[in-house]
Design a protein around this ligand. Structure first.
Ligand SMILES: [Zn+2]
Length: 482
């Protein structure tokens, strides 16, 4: 480990000093980072690469609390766990900021093929689905190869039947295949109901061939729909398609759910208070809630571990090395059912958003970070280049200035807060995402260390340098360094 850290440190120097390489990529060059500041950042990196605090946090959360559905009693336990955990790890101003959400929870869900080929289906109810009538709901399947095909269909094709959308999800490193596929999860029910269907079933939004069904959705269906809706595993979707080639297929769905209007949730906040500018906030976040089939290790226990461990490392610096600005860790509640926590945070802190200097969220699993993207003012792109140069020793490349910042940062981004994506390799993320297979054993502790190192360097540099990431025009580089 020590040898690796030394090699990384040399690579860092090469990266930061490589003015020639930057010049080849064209202007603007990276803003210079003061030598002492970079030295502290590199010390944080080396410490992060030799410890498993993040892994221990995910292990504790996924073991003691387990699944923690938004608005449930389990999420309340997760909130209490997070408050205690942040206090124990030395964070300041630790608190839960409560809000309420519309609640949906599946109590049981079962499906089966009826008739001469009778067999069970592996499926899960989609959020927002109502319960089926006593004894279940039976109907004949009508298959569509895509959401677009369902949109083009009429009631004549569908009325009284169970719509089945069998559209694949493409695996990509940046998760773009998910973005394309996920629309069917929310739109199947309203489109099918408008055409007289009795229920809707989708091929899971997932990129694997294991026999797990992927959860997801909002606590209430779109457009006022109220139609039983479920996702079958990709293997079961293939099986249904083969069965349909033999003749008409009838299935039975049994779904029982609980719903309520004002379920409690909360965001959990902890801070490392800044040495000189305590009111200026560098926010690093993740979400605390998860779906209920797995234990939410990748989504998003890993993020909770990464941002907490990164900030804790900074909090353990000697007083004189504490960064100038405050680092605020926000563990958002109720992300999965509609970024409720993110919206509650933006509303509660609306008056202080101008003091949110920059924000980043870890919510894409636990694999290595390979790229940094920013969404800065034009005049701050050189700061983004400087951050990348510092992170280059961790194998992190430069992306564009079109970052999204993660789901829970959407309201902040829309309010003009500069955001960063520390993009993880998501090539297999949607194999596990929202399934029973999202468990601790999917996490490689060494990859998690690299994530902590990247977040610690990023948060420290953003908090210490005094850079203005909203800047529309570049300041002169010498005047820039504090
Ligand atoms: Zn997530």
């Amino acid at each position: 480990m020590r040898r690796a850290a030394a090699a990384l440190a040399i690579a860092a120097l090469a990266g930061v000093g490589a003015g020639v390489a930057w010049a080849q990529q064209g202007p603007p060059p990276p803003t210079p980072i003061p030598v002492e500041t970079l030295a502290v950042a590199e010390r944080l990196r080396d410490q992060a690469l030799e410890q498993d605090e993040a892994y221990e946090i995910v292990e504790d959360l996924t073991t003691r609390v387990g699944p923690r559905l938004a608005g449930s009693e389990a999420e309340q336990r997760a909130i209490a766990w997070a408050v205690a955990m942040l206090r124990e790890r030395g964070f300041e101003n630790v608190r839960a900021e409560p809000f309420t959400i519309p609640f949906w929870m599946r109590l049981y869900d079962r499906g089966q093929v009826l008739g001469p080929n009778a067999q069970p289906l592996v499926m899960t109810a989609l959020a927002g689905s109502p319960s089926t009538p006593e004894g279940g709901l039976e109907g004949e399947l009508v298959r569509f190869e895509s959401l677009a095909a369902l949109e083009a269909a009429t009631a004549e094709d569908i009325a009284g039947r169970i719509v089945f959308i069998d559209e694949p999800t493409i695996a990509t490193m940046d998760g773009s295949g998910y973005g394309m596929a996920v629309r069917r999860r929310g739109l199947c029910a309203p489109l099918a109901q408008a055409r007289g269907a009795s229920a809707c079933v989708i091929r899971s939004v997932g990129t694997h061939n294991h026999r797990f069904a992927h959860q997801g959705g909002r606590p209430r269906q779109a457009d006022g729909a109220n139609l039983p809706a479920a996702a079958v595993s990709p293997s079961d979707a293939d099986q249904l398609t083969r069965l349909m080639a033999l003749g008409p297929v009838r299935i039975r769905l049994e779904i029982n759910v609980a719903m309520s209007e004002d379920a409690p949730s909360a965001n959990v906040v902890g801070e490392i208070i800044g040495r000189e500018r305590p009111d200026e906030i560098v926010l690093i976040g993740a979400h605390l809630d998860s779906w209920d089939q797995g234990t939410g290790a990748l989504d998003d226990g890993a993020g909770v571990g990464v941002v907490t461990a990164a900030a804790e490392l900074i909090g353990r610096l000697p007083r004189r090395d504490r960064p100038a600005r405050t680092i605020r860790v926000v563990l958002f509640g109720a992300e999965e059912t509609g970024i409720w926590g993110a919206r509650a945070y933006a509303a509660a802190h609306a008056a202080g958003l101008a003091n949110h200097i920059i924000a980043a969220e870890s919510d894409f699993g636990a694999r290595r970070i390979w790229r940094i993207q920013t969404r800065f003012g034009e005049g701050a792109i050189s700061h983004g280049r400087a951050l990348q140069a510092a992170l280059q020793s961790l194998g992190i490349t430069q992306g564009s200035n079109t970052a999204n910042g993660g789901p829970d940062l959407a309201p902040l981004r829309e309010a003009g807060v500069p955001v960063v994506d520390l993009t993880q390799n998501g090539i297999d993320y949607f194999n596990y995402h929202h399934t029973p297979d999202d468990t601790l054993d999917r996490i490689d502790p060494m990859e998690l260390r690299q994530n902590v190192a990247a977040y610690a360097m990023f948060a420290y540099l953003a908090a210490e340098t005094g850079w203005d990431f909203r800047a529309l025009r570049a300041a002169s580089s010498t005047a820039e360094a504090p």
